[in-house]
Design a protein around this ligand. Structure first.
Ligand SMILES: CC(C)(COP(=O)(O)OP(=O)(O)OC[C@H]1O[C@@H](n2cnc3c(N)ncnc32)[C@H](O)[C@@H]1OP(=O)(O)O)[C@@H](O)C(=O)NCCC(=O)NCCS
Length: 204
C-alpha cells in the first residue's frame, strides 16, 4: 500500500470513487466522465494524492491553496459549460442545487471569516475501506505536504454525519456553520520548515 500523487491514468478510478461515495451530493449526480474531467483540472500544482492498494485505488485526497482551488473550479466551469448544461438539463434533481450554488456566489458566507490559506477540496475512500485507517493516512499525507502551513480548512455538509465525525476525531474544530454547510479548520503542530510538495510516501 502506498500514498502517491494522482496520475492521469488514475482519474477514472477517482471519478468512480467519487460517484460511489458522494451519492446525493451535487457533483455526485453527474457522469463519471464529467467527474474525471473535473479532477483533471487538479492534476498539476495541487496536492492530489491517491491511496494505492493491490494496483487499485482505495481513496484520494485533493486540496491546495484556496485561491488556486477556486481558480481551477472556475476554469472547469468555463471549459465544460456546455457539457455541464447538457448533463444538468437531464437531471431535474440537481436544478435546485444549481440554483443554490448560483445564489451562493452572491452570499459568500466565508468572506467575513479569518481563514487559513490551504483547504481540502475533496477526500473519499472506497466503500470497503471505510472504517480502516485509509482516510486518516490520506489526511496525514496531505498535512505533511502543506508544511509549514499552520492550519487548513474544509467544508462539510451538515447531512454528512460520518465525515463530520471523522474530521472531529482527527483534530478539526468547527469555525462556523451556515445553512447546510459546516466550516472546519485544523491547526497543525509546527515541526518542520519544508515547502509544500507532492512527493510519494509509502505507508505500512
Ligand atoms: C469521510 C471519509 C473519508 C471518512 O473515512 P472513514 O474511513 O469513513 O472514517 P472513519 O471510519 O475513520 O471515521 C468515521 C467515524 O464516523 C462514525 N460514523 C459512522 N456513521 C456515522 C453517522 N451516521 N453519524 C455519525 N458518525 C458516524 C464512525 O463510527 C467513525 O467513528 P469511530 O471511529 O469513532 O467509530 C469516508 O467516510 C468517505 O469516503 N465518505 C464519503 C465521501 C465524503 O463524504 N467525503 C467527505 C466530504 S467533506
Amino acid at each position: 500500500m502506498k500514498i502517491r500523487p494522482c496520475l492521469e491514468s488514475d482519474l477514472s478510478q477517482v471519478a468512480a470513487i467519487h460517484k460511489a461515495q458522494f451519492k446525493g451530493f451535487f457533483l455526485g449526480h453527474y457522469s463519471e466522465g464529467l467527474l474525471a474531467e473535473y479532477y483533471r483540472m487538479f492534476l498539476h500544482s495541487f496536492i492530489f494524492l491517491v491511496y494505492e492498494s493491490d494496483q487499485c485505488l482505495g481513496g484520494f485526497v485533493l486540496g491546495g491553496r484556496v485561491k488556486d482551488v477556486q481558480a481551477a473550479r472556475s476554469r472547469f466551469l468555463r471549459q465544460h459549460v456546455l457539457r455541464l448544461a447538457a448533463e444538468t438539463l437531464i437531471r431535474p434533481r440537481v436544478y435546485l442545487m444549481v440554483l443554490n450554488r448560483i445564489l451562493g456566489v452572491f452570499r459568500r458566507s466565508e468572506d467575513h471569516m479569518e481563514l487559513p490559506d490551504y483547504t481540502v477540496l475533496s477526500i473519499a475512500v472506497a466503500p470497503d475501506l471505510m472504517g480502516s485507517t485509509t482516510a486518516k493516512d490520506l489526511i496525514e499525507a496531505f498535512e505533511s505536504r502543506i508544511a509549514p502551513a499552520a492550519e487548513y480548512r474544509l467544508t462539510v455538509n451538515r447531512n454528512n454525519a460520518r465525515a463530520k465525525t471523522f474530521y472531529l476525531k482527527n483534530g478539526f474544530q468547527v469555525n462556523a456553520e451556515d445553512g447546510d454547510k459546516i466550516f472546519l479548520f485544523k491547526r497543525l503542530p509546527q515541526t518542520s520548515s519544508e515547502s509544500p510538495g507532492n512527493s510519494e510516501q509509502h505507508t505500512s
